[in-house]
Design a protein around this ligand. Sequence first.
Ligand code: GDD
Ligand code: MN
Length: 347
Amino acid sequence: MIEAAAALAAAHFAAPLAYYLYARRWLRRPWGVEPREGHTPTITIIIPTYNEAPLIEAKLDDIARQDYPPDKLQIIVVDSASTDGTPEKAERWARQRQAPLEVLREPQRNGKAHALNLALKHARGDIVVITDADSHWPDPQTLRKAARWLADPSVGAVTCLKRPAGGGGVEAAYRDYYNVLRLAESKKWATPIFHGELAAFRKELLEKIGGFPTHLGADDSHTAVLIAAFGYRAIAPEDLHCVELVPRQYWRWRIRRAQHLIQNFAASLRLKTPSRFRPVLYAEAYLHLVNPWLLPAALATALAAGPPGWALAALGLALLAHKPYRTWIAMQMYLMIAALRNLWTKE
Ligand code: GDD
Ligand code: MN
């Protein structure tokens, strides 16, 4: 019994470690794509908003700081019946700045992806960039850099690497592990995890996949997976960074995110994908859908094994004093709670 408990625990920790070490070798590969300096396609930036009045002006200021030819840029705010005056604030911002900004209004709230699909109908750019209101691009060259990568016809989608703003140590430690994986997967072929802070897609591919998926939460990640399934690269290059404001209700937000990722992987496993993408997709699906559950299985087996098993369980608990371990365990808890919560709400 104690052996079984130890084996379950070892398997739980070995899988992500092995994947991490294995994926790190992909970092040394060449990209195999040719980014082109000075490539400036027409871009439509879409900011979906629901009750973002406190943030919308700063977000628009942030975009206005981008160094990109203005005649090649279209900016759309698509709002879904905010009750805090978000669209009016956006319009006022545009008037004061005399900036061209299109504000679209949905009469009722049907979710982010639904709103994105409305905006997509108005998009004139060859590239569509989605960015959440609660995010920020520290580098004024961000759009140019994203465009550079999209100069290569094999690249269908580009996202950023993420840095938390004022999120504290736990969030930051997790991000180190996380960003290495995103980058390595991108070099291998594609990463199945995209970020709402900056998700750039070729518009023709968005049209080909039938717009943003509205049946699940992870619209950005799942869109990237669908594009990769079509044989295009979906990448997070090393020179694109964005910042996300970490909300106050930290762990409710974490669980919602985990729910979205689980929905993404469950749907992605049903797709036919290029063989180069499969190792990444299957590894990530395993880590998100299955691996967390080895922990409670190990704990239950240990507790049933009598005193030696209790000692093992006590060791597992004592290690919580160690921060990276605690961070990891917290993430596993979020994934398990999220899987259960997905049974009754997909939100
Ligand atoms: N128009 C519209 N309609 N916008 C919406 C709606 C809606 O029903 N719901 C949310 N939004 C907007 C928000 O105002 C914000 O600008 C953006 O969509 C993201 O919403 P958040 O509430 O900040 O989502 P999140 O931080 O939990 O999740 C984000 O990141 C995930 C992973 O990176 C989203 O972008 C997710 O789609 C993404 O999977
Ligand atoms: Mn957010």
